[in-house]
Design a protein around this ligand. Structure first.
Ligand code: ATP
Length: 252
């Protein structure tokens, strides 16, 4: 469960995230959408406890991230959009290293590593250095590392970027099955099809503020009749007029 109350991040006089209130209950797959620069990554980094809010609170399964960061991080898996990864470790060493951060090792972790690497077609690469991995392979390794200790809550920033169609499908199925088992996932994405097909609820953020939140049906209802497809719904909710801007660029 993730609870945000008045969550705010300012950089000088600029407000990147503006007093967000959001509840993501147990067992929900929650999509976080918004245009470039809307505040998605900033929000997710505050939830993960790696960026200090200017104001407001984050609770993960009832634990205040600011007051008890170690306890909060123990139940959390975070998949950043631009992950840092040690190039000189093999895939297996990297996963063991991450498991160690959560105080876990031994046969259970080894078995889970094998399961996750098999799922993502990486098993034969387990003993190769990460520096030889492609972008998509690194992404799959990072995703595997977040699932290793079976965290109650996963926060994931743009997980589909760089994945081939098979891996994207596997990841969507993994997210769905994981939340069906009572875990919570909050995911930012620009892939509207992913939001529509797998998320239980979504929120749309723009200019640091939540513009709309609910199920896809509720969002369609909120804009009234006539929104054809998710792309148009998104553009209406964020007040963007891509077609007009395109004509202005071409005619300038
Ligand atoms: P995208 O979809 O492009 O990844 P986003 O919704 O994840 O965008 P953020 O990365 O959260 O957006 O950025 C929100 C705003 O905060 C942007 O205007 C960005 O320029 C600004 N911002 C982020 N980090 C900093 C920083 N360290 N200093 C100043 N401004 C920042």
């Amino acid at each position: 469960m993730i609870q945000l109350k008045g969550l705010t991040k300012r950089y000088g006089t600029f407000t990147a995230v503006d007093a967000i209130n959001l509840d993501v209950p147990h067992g929900q797959l929650f999509g976080f959408l918004g245009p470039n620069g809307a505040g998605k990554t900033t929000t997710l980094r505050m939830i993960a406890g790696i960026l200090r809010p200017t104001a407001g609170t984050v609770h993960i399964n009832g634990i205040d991230v600011a007051k008890d960061p170690t306890a909060a991080k123990a139940v959390l898996g975070y998949i950043p959009d631009r992950p840092f990864i040690y190039e000189k470790l093999t895939g297996a060493e990297f996963l063991r290293f991450v498991a160690g951060l959560y105080g876990q090792d031994g046969p259970v972790i080894e078995r889970r590593m094998t399961e996750l690497l098999t799922l993502f077609d990486l098993l034969e690469w387990r003993d190769e250095l990460v520096e030889s991995y492609s972008h998509g392979m690194r992404q799959k390794l990072i995703i595997s590392s977040a699932f290793l200790h079976k965290p109650k809550v996963i926060v994931v920033d743009e997980p589909m970027v760089g994945l081939d169609p098979k891996a994207a499908r596997i990841l969507k199925d993994l997210f769905r099955e994981y939340t069906k088992r009572g875990h919570t996932i909050m995911m930012s994405t620009h892939t509207l099809e992913v939001a529509e097909t797998v998320c239980d609820r979504v929120a749309i953020i723009q200019g640091g503020r939540i513009r709309a939140a609910g199920t896809m049906d509720e969002l369609y209802e909120s804009v009234g009749a006539g929104a054809k497809g998710l792309e148009e719904l998104f553009l209406r909710l964020t007040g963007e007029n891509a077609a007009r801007e395109l004509v202005e660029v071409l005619d300038a």
